[in-house]
Design a protein around this ligand. Structure first.
Ligand code: SF4
Ligand code: SF4
Length: 177
């Protein structure tokens, strides 16, 4: 255990512990939303480099054993933002014209980003495998963003992602306030 210059403890030896079942997340968030909001405010006070070190370590640990195929909440409930490069890649994989892919699968959201027209994602199968895995959008590769640098910039996004992703929920709950 050590403290940074703002007096906020930064425990590098923290372990991920239990990760809730995907089906439990809704109820847990209903109980703990306020706690997690405070937690995020607390994490915002930690030195950014220390925060990255701690969060990345928890990310590595969690995804060394957690099987996303038993969850797939992200693919089933939210759409990634899809860039023009993603459109090209998906079209290549599906052997269709990019314009046809856009018409068939995408629409523009209120922020002007292409997203899938519906959830679950049209490319997830019954066993939670992604049929376009090798060509999946960049945002799918990066989700849930807990290994990204400058994690302090993603704290509010992570609060939202804790509603969807059991790993994000478990990581944030390690620092509950
Ligand atoms: S493209 Fe693949 S990884 Fe991305 S949301 Fe769809 S099923 Fe999930
Ligand atoms: S990234 Fe999170 S929400 Fe997506 S499948 Fe893995 S544990 Fe579930």
């Amino acid at each position: 255990m050590k403290s940074n210059n703002k007096g906020v403890s930064t425990n590098y030896s923290v372990k991920i512990g239990d990760i809730p079942a995907p089906g439990e997340l809704k109820g847990l968030m209903a109980l703990n939303r306020k706690v997690l909001k405070k937690t995020v405010q607390h994490l915002a006070k930690i030195n950014p480099r220390d925060l990255d070190t701690i969060i990345h370590s928890l990310h590595e640990e969690a995804f060394s054993f957690y099987d996303c195929l038993k969850c797939a909440n992200c693919c089933r409930s939210i759409s990634p933002a899809i860039s023009h490069n993603d459109v090209e890649q998906l079209a290549k994989k599906l052997k269709v014209k990019p314009s046809d892919l856009v018409v068939k699968y995408l629409h523009l959201d209120e922020e002007g980003d292409f997203v899938f027209q519906s959830a679950p994602c049209p490319f997830i199968d019954e066993e939670n495998y992604c049929s376009v895995y090798s060509h999946r959008p960049k945002a799918c590769r990066e989700y849930p963003h807990t290994d990204r640098s400058r994690f302090y910039q993603l704290l509010n996004l992570s609060l939202k992602n804790a509603e969807i992703c059991p790993v994000v929920y478990a990581i944030l709950m390690k620092f509950q306030k």
